[in-house]
Structure formats: structure tokens, C-alpha cells
Design a protein around this ligand. Structure first.
Ligand SMILES: Cc1ncc(COP(=O)(O)O)c(C=O)c1O
Length: 396
């Protein structure tokens, strides 16, 4: 049985009638950019996240860019950002003229290591940009404390973590700014590009709203150098159809993720990282986990006090060439996988100037990570097929 990495058409088929109705409503309205649909979506998202307001923008990348612009970050400033994440987390820093300073990650949870952030902080550091990678909250307790000590702006990249919590609080709403993405593979996936930004402070949110339309306020009066970061009415209307099902979708993601972990942990050679105490990273600040030398697969570590949103289910496959071998084995069985991400950011040619390595945790993740199919409409028998194929590889 073939199992696609991702198939958005399954959810859209279920919601076909209300999606078509939303399309007809926008078509008839004559208002295609911002306007009533976007305002209603912003209010519904703010409500869902438990914040006072939000600003719909053209993509998750633009949500990050507008946050940096609104925070006034620019030339001469340094911003701490993980060495292992999607490109946009760091490219936006460079695009506003500031310098990304890469911080290593833990190879068990794939999240930025606060102690490395602290070590790389200088008197030029203006902000920290934690990424809640693969749908798990970064260590916000330590990062917010570091930010408070040095008066840093905190911009959370919550593109992959809509619905994830840090203790009781939604990721993206803990720092000064939070950036969300509605790229189709995300937890709330659009039918095109879209993003959203929240801010702790009402004035910052208002500045972001003005920056979204060329920094224009009032009309044709440009106080700030903004851009066209607007969200389409059609995208907002379609996302409004999907938002009421987000809770259900997140529960389905969690169900599949926990089932993958249970089913795979039962196999010999599979390491399930454990932590000595809740809230403490199991990697104990090193690039390897205890017991990793004998492991053929390492399951993703989840913190008990952080409810995950499981945008991905990402394994590590230690050993030279073993990750690619498993990916090939699954491909031959018709099972889709993806490598998020095959290269660290300091290893990207456009960031060579910012490479202040070493980054042993990030290097290891880039060499060994492999994501399995995980989305709400994945069928039980498809997940069993994936587990059986991994099991065959483990026994081969
Ligand atoms: C961690 C992370 N940051 C930022 C982005 C950018 O979002 P978008 O694709 O909506 O611009 C993404 C999405 O791909 C992401 O995964």
C-alpha cells in the first residue's frame, strides 16, 4: 500500500461544501484583499490563541519579517536563532540588515539549547528568535529569563507549532511577537500562502498592521518603510472554514504520533530518549544521548510539560548512510518521507559569514533526521504499513 507523506485533498474533500460556499461568498463580495473576511479571521484566531488581537499577513516568512521590522531590528544588531530550522527563520534577520547568530540545538528534541544561546549572547544581541520546531515548544522558561536579563526582544517562530503549548500557554503568545504560517502542510493549512502575527503589546501589533500595508497611515502617508504583506480575503475565508476543526486535527496528529512512538519503541534497536527530570533536556548538553551507540533509530523526545502539536514525526537514524538507506527502503515500498532539513543553516552558502561553529547537535540532526507521514487524515492501516516497513528495515 502506498502511503503519501501528506495529502491535503482528503480534508478538503470532507469540507468541500463549506469551502465552495466560502469561495462563492468572496467572489460575490468584490473585496479580495484584507477587508471583512480577514478581520473576522484575525478575531477568530486571536480568540483561539487567547490573545487580544492578531494581524493576518501573506506568509509565515512575512510574519517573521514584519515582527523584526516592528521591533526595529536592523544593521548592527545580532539575533540569536537555531542552527537547525527552516531557512526563513534566519533569512528574515539578514533581510532587515541584522546578523543571525546561530545557536546549537539538542539532537533529542531538535530545539535551541538555552545554555548555548547564553554563551553566544553579546552586547550587540538585540533579540532571540526561538523556533518551536516540529510542533514542540522551545524551552521558553530559560529563554524568557535570558531575554529579561539582557533586555532582548523575543520573536517566536511558531510556523510549525500552532496548537502546541508551553505549560498552559499557546506557543507564539509567550514572547513579544509570534509568527504563524498557513502553508498547506502546517497544522492549519491554507489553499495557498498565508501567515499571522501576534504581539504582546497593543502598540507593537498596531505597528505591524501599518507595516503590512507599506507602512502607510493615513493613506499615501508613509511613516515607516513597510511592504505589501497583505492576506487575501479568499485565503482568510477558506481558513475560517478549517479553523473550527483545528482541535480535532491536532488530536488526530497526537494520536498518530503517540501510536508511532509506542509501536516503534517495542522494536529492538529503537531508543526512546528519557530525561533525568521533567523540563531537563535528555541530551545533557552533548551531541549524543546515553545508549545511542547501540541504537538504530532514535525516537523524538517530547517534554511532559509541553503539549506537542506534532507538525512532523521526525526520527534520527544514526550511522553513516543509514538514514538514506531507510528512506530508500520506505520509498521502494511506496512510503513518502522527507528530510527536514538536510543542511544546517550555518552550512548554507549564503550564511557562510555567520558560521561561528561548531554545531555538533545541528550537524547530527541534519545527517540523521527523517520524517514519516503524519497528518490528521492518515489512516490507521497506513500508519501500520509504515511501522511494518520500518520494522522490516530494522530486522534486515
Ligand atoms: C520553522 C518555519 N519558519 C518559517 C516558515 C515560513 O512560513 P511560510 O512558508 O508560510 O512563509 C516555515 C514554513 O515553511 C517554517 O517551517
Amino acid at each position: 500500500m502506498a502511503v503519501p507523506l501528506f495529502d491535503p485533498t482528503r480534508q478538503h474533500e470532507i469540507l468541500r461544501a463549506p469551502l465552495e460556499e466560502a469561495f462563492r461568498r468572496v467572489l460575490a463580495s468584490g473585496q479580495y484583499i484584507l477587508g471583512r473576511e480577514v478581520e473576522a479571521f484575525e478575531a477568530e484566531m486571536a480568540d483561539w490563541l487567547g490573545v487580544a488581537g492578531s494581524v493576518g499577513v501573506s506568509s509565515g516568512t512575512d510574519a517573521l519579517l514584519v515582527s523584526l521590522l516592528a521591533a526595529g531590528i536592523g544593521p548592527g544588531d545580532e539575533v540569536l536563532v537555531p542552527a537547525f530550522t527552516f531557512f526563513a527563520s534566519a533569512s528574515c534577520i539578514r533581510r532587515v540588515g541584522a546578523e543571525p547568530v546561530f545557536v546549537d540545538i539538542c539532537p533529542a528534541c531538535f530545539l535551541l539549547r538555552p545554555e548555548d544561546a547564553r554563551a553566544r549572547q553579546t552586547d550587540r544581541t538585540r533579540a532571540i528568535l526561538p523556533v518551536h520546531l516540529f510542533g514542540q515548544a522551545a524551552d521558553m522558561g530559560h529563554l524568557l529569563a535570558l531575554a529579561a536579563e539582557h533586555d532582548l526582544t523575543v520573536i517566536e517562530d511558531a510556523a510549525q507549532s500552532l496548537g502546541a503549548r508551553h505549560r498552559d500557554t499557546q506557543t507564539g503568545t509567550l514572547g513579544d511577537y509570534g509568527a504563524f504560517s498557513f502553508f498547506p502542510t502546517k497544522n492549519l493549512g491554507g489553499l495557498g500562502d498565508g501567515g499571522l502575527l501576534v504581539a504582546r503589546n497593543a502598540e507593537d501589533l498596531e505597528r505591524a498592521r501599518v507595516l503590512r500595508v507599506h507602512g502607510m497611515q493615513p493613506k499615501y502617508h508613509h511613516r515607516h518603510l513597510g511592504g505589501n504583506f497583505r492576506l487575501d480575503a479568499l485565503q482568510a475565508a477558506l481558513l475560517r472554514v478549517k479553523l473550527p476543526y483545528l482541535g480535532e486535527s491536532l488530536a488526530a496528529r497526537r494520536h498518530h504520533a503517540l501510536a508511532y512512538a509506542e509501536e516503534l519503541a517495542a522494536e529492538p534497536g529503537v531508543l526512546r530518549p528519557e530525561t533525568p527530570s521533567p523540563g531537563t533536556c535528555p541530551c545533557r548538553s552533548g551531541p549524543c544521548l546515553p545508549g545511542e551507540e547501540e541504537a538504530r533509530l532514535v525516537l523524538p523526545f517530547r517534554y511532559p510539560d509541553r503539549e506537542g502539536a506534532w507538525n512532523q514525526f521526525t526520527l534520527r537514524v544514526p550511522g553513516e548512510g543509514h538514514r538514506d538507506d531507510l528512506a530508500r527502503h520506505l520509498r521502494e515500498r511506496g512510503i513518502g518521507t522527507e528530510i527536514y532539513y538536510p543542511r544546517t543553516l550555518p552550512g548554507q552558502p549564503c550564511f557562510s559569514a555567520e558560521n561561528r561553529g561548531p554545531y555538533p547537535g545541528a550537524d547530527r540532526a541534519a545527517r540523521e533526521c527523517l520524517s514519516l507521514p503524519l497528518y490528521p487524515e492518515l489512516r490507521e492501516e497506513e500508519r501500520h504499513e509504515v511501522v511494518a516497513a520500518v520494522r522490516d528495515w530494522l530486522r534486515s
